[in-house]
Design a protein around this ligand. Structure first.
Ligand code: NAI
Ligand code: NA
Length: 396
């Protein structure tokens, strides 16, 4: 079949295997072009198939020759239906890693569950012995707590009062006003349960209790802050409460790793187009203006550039890891630059359906969105028949 993008709302129902492969290859080439990183050699990435997690896996493998185990939740291809993009990304990653002589295995299933944790621990035990870096990069709308059996759903709501601001439907380019009613306490608790630090701590506790953490092991989870423009719906909203919890959990985990000399960090990353961020109201308009300014200033980065900088300049810079007053690593430093934010804020006031293609980078947004699903890459023949349903032995 010829695979074309089929959009529905904020998602694309199809994904292109060759495009996903091209995406992974481009990221690998970028990492190789930046030279070796004196990083970890045995790496577990939880949320390894797309976005920042995939970039972390690629950076470890091709920057530091690391053995990697990736955990993710993706759909394999079935007759007449493509796989989810992260599945193709992971298949391509494994194939490239194996060609380069690197250990790479993946576990496909619910990382929040006891079963997938058990499977992962067993794989580490049998194949790697221990791990020295654990990247925690899950983004999910739901989590079943394995101890209580309760299914929690996260929400993206303001807290305290209704939030009204501009937003854009990036498919049509229509700028409109959106109002989001405030969360109740249950919404807050549920969002913290899904996107807070509880599951991260469970993973590290499980690894530690079975002696699968190397001395000096490091773990990193990803957070976001963003500007005052998006504060009501992001950092001071339900998701922000979850990020507060995640950031606090870094300290708890660091305490628990004292005897190993281990450390937990949160890295605050830049706003980027991913499946997770496209679903948040207001953020796509902010991103399209931010991209415009950052590209003009020559400081635009995607996931792979961000993570390369995180590993090279922050985590493995041969010296102390630089952190802010709250102990967080900041690779959102260029996004948050005062001059960048002042320009975005000025454009925000002006933005309309008519002028957004000019004053914002709507085209860049759309292109990045297509890229997530393996579409829009140079060097891929999108008119070719894609008959074979890719099957990869090592992805369970
Ligand atoms: P993403 O949607 O690209 O990646 C999410 C990953 O989690 C995928 O590998 C997916 O398979 C996996 N996943 C989801 N549910 C799972 C489950 N139940 N079991 C196993 N795997 C599961 O998201 P993105 O944007 O890379 O987000 C990763 C982290 O980075 C999140 O904590 C997010 O808040 C944070 N972040 C994102 C920013 C952005 O602008 N996209 C900015 C700063 C931080
Ligand atoms: Na990720």
């Amino acid at each position: 079949m010829i695979i074309e993008p089929r959009m529905r709302g904020f998602i694309c129902l199809t994904a292109h295997p060759k495009g996903a492969e091209q995406n992974v290859k481009n990221q690998i080439e970028y990492i190789k072009s930046k030279g070796p990183i004196a990083g970890a050699k045995k790496v577990l990435v939880i949320g390894a198939s797309t976005g920042f997690g995939l970039a972390s896996r690629i950076t470890s493998a091709f920057g530091s020759d690391a053995a990697t185990i990736g955990v993710f939740f993706e759909k394999p291809p079935v007759e007449g239906k493509t796989a989810s993009p992260g599945w193709y990304n992971s298949a391509a990653f494994e194939s490239e890693a194996h060609k380069a002589g690197l250990y790479a295995k993946s576990i496909n299933g619910d990382a929040f569950s006891n079963e997938i944790k058990r499977e992962t621990l067993d794989l580490i035990k049998s194949d790697l012995g221990q791990v020295d870096l654990i990247i925690y990069s899950l983004a999910s709308p739901v989590r079943t707590n394995p101890n209580t059996g309760v299914l929690h759903r996260s929400t993206l709501k303001p807290i305290g009062q209704t939030f009204t601001n501009k937003t854009v439907d990036f498919h049509t380019g229509k700028v409109s006003e959106v109002s989001i009613a405030p969360a109740n306490d249950e919404d807050i608790d549920n969002t913290v349960a899904v996107m807070g630090g509880e599951d991260w701590a469970m993973w590290i506790e499980a690894l530690k209790s079975e002696n699968l953490l190397a001395d000096g092991a490091t773990t990193v989870a990803y957070s976001y802050i963003g500007p005052s423009l998006t504060e009501a719906v992001y950092r001071k909203g339900t998701i922000g409460r979850a990020k507060d919890h995640l950031e606090a959990t870094a300290f708890t985990i660091t305490d628990s790793l004292k005897s190993l000399g281990g450390k937990a960090y949160v890295s605050v990353n830049k706003a980027l187009v991913t499946q997770a961020s496209s679903a948040i109201p207001v953020i796509p308009l902010y991103i399209s203006l931010l991209y415009k300014i950052m590209k003009e200033e020559g400081i635009h980065e995607g996931c792979i550039e961000q993570i390369q900088r995180l590993f090279q300049d922050r985590l493995y810079n041969g010296s102390d890891v630089p952190v802010d007053e709250k102990g967080r690593i900041r690779i959102d430093d260029w996004e948050m630059r005062e001059d960048v934010q002042a320009k975005v804020a000025a454009l925000w006031v002006e933005a309309t359906t008519e002028n957004l293609p000019e004053i914002g980078d709507l085209a860049g947004y759309k292109n990045d969105f297509l890229n997530l699903f393996g579409f829009g890459f140079d060097g891929v023949d999108y008119n070719a028949e894609e008959n074979e349903l890719v099957q990869v032995e090592s992805i369970k």
